[in-house]
Design a protein around this ligand. Structure first.
Ligand code: ADE
Ligand code: ZN
Length: 339
């Protein structure tokens, strides 16, 4: 049953924090075509519609293959600016007030794109988004887990001249067979540099990867984490230690992590006291930005107004924001919820 107008309006009005968004995953087919034209890159698709038609995934890897191929059109500072600015404009329409953006530098440096181009283009957009929309944002540098830890170390080293431009590091790409422990030393190094730590775990990989991300990598948030309920002791720990999960409902559906959103464990985790949040992951590929993710999961699981408000509060609490800004945001959320 579609959600009622009151909850739809609440979803729109709630000030939102997005904590799980791969900026490369916000590359819409229209921009893919225009950048391909600009750089004289041939795409294996005849049209924008053909690109969208190809977005039929059966698992994470089938998506990643297209996602990395799509990145080939991102070449100069203006491309990264345009990509991120388009995201911020869309996010602003959904009332996102703070966003922590993942980016995959290895995907770009491996193609010969200098680290400086990636950072400067994204930074330009973040500055503009703040000026134009009042959106605050941070960057989280993700290591690709299908590559070696040595490669991750080299990437961290290459990013050091831009240390003030990113707040933390994360771990993404193909999860199966690439356990968190593979990156123990590089995460320890990042931690010693004062970087915040997050990691994808328990998306396709087992609950044990979530435990290892917490114990071995010492991450502060788990990206996805939906397979945590295979381990009741882990769920109890997530509740007790208030470890946030950045859940991405439409991503889980498109990548066949769940067959149907009505079978998603989001509401069950929320009602058990896990600090779950709603995010869009790779919205250009999965058919919806953060607002659509809120609406889809609210409808599938019949989340109440109080539960939707709690989800928005969970995201604000989980953000790597200064304490005063966070307190102000939590007050705004309460104001919207009680009006
Ligand atoms: N890179 C981009 N999106 C991802 C996801 N959902 N899981 C792992 N790596 C990713
Ligand atoms: Zn992700």
């Amino acid at each position: 049953m579609p959600i009622d107008p009151a909850r739809a309006q609440l979803i729109q009005r709630l000030p939102k924090v997005e904590l799980h968004l791969h900026i490369e995953g916000s590359l819409e087919p229209e921009m893919m075509f225009s950048l391909a034209g600009k750089h004289g890159i041939a795409l294996p698709y005849a049209s924008v519609e053909a690109v969208r038609a190809a977005y039929n995934f059966h698992d994470l890897q089938s998506f990643l293959d297209l996602y990395y191929a799509g990145c080939a059109v991102l070449r100069d500072r203006q491309d990264f600016y345009a990509l991120a600015m388009a995201y911020f404009t869309r996010a602003h329409a959904d009332n996102v007030v703070h966003a922590e953006l993942f980016f995959d530098p290895q995907t770009h440096t491996a193609r010969g794109i200098p680290m400086e181009v990636v950072f400067s283009g994204l930074r330009d957009a973040m500055d503009d988004a703040h000026r134009r929309y009042g959106i605050t944002s941070e960057l989280i540098l993700c290591f690709l887990r299908h590559l070696s830890e040595e490669d991750a170390f080299a990437t961290l080293e290459a990013a050091m001249p831009f240390r003030s431009d990113f707040i933390g590091v994360g771990l993404d790409s193909g999860e199966r067979g690439n356990p968190p422990a593979k990156f123990a030393r590089v995460f320890a190094k990042a931690r010693s540099l004062g970087l915040r730590l997050v990691a994808h775990a328990g998306e396709e990989g087992p609950a044990a990867y979530i435990v290892d991300a917490l114990d071995v990598l010492a991450v502060e948030r788990i990206d996805h984490g939906v397979r945590c309920d295979e381990d009741p002791a882990l769920v109890a720990r997530l509740v007790r230690d208030r470890i946030p999960l950045t859940v991405c409902p439409l991503s889980n559906l498109k990548l066949c992590v769940v067959k149907d959103l009505r079978q998603h464990n989001f509401a069950r985790l929320l009602r058990q006291g896990v600090a779950v949040t709603i995010n869009s992951d790779d919205p250009a590929y999965f058919g919806g930005y953060i607002g659509e993710n809120y609406r889809a999961i609210a409808e599938a699981l019949d989340l109440s107004a109080a539960e939707l408000t709690l989800v928005a509060e969970n995201a604000a609490r989980a953000a790597f924001m200064p304490a005063t800004a966070k307190a102000g945001l939590l007050t705004k959320i309460r104001t919207v919820a009680t009006r």
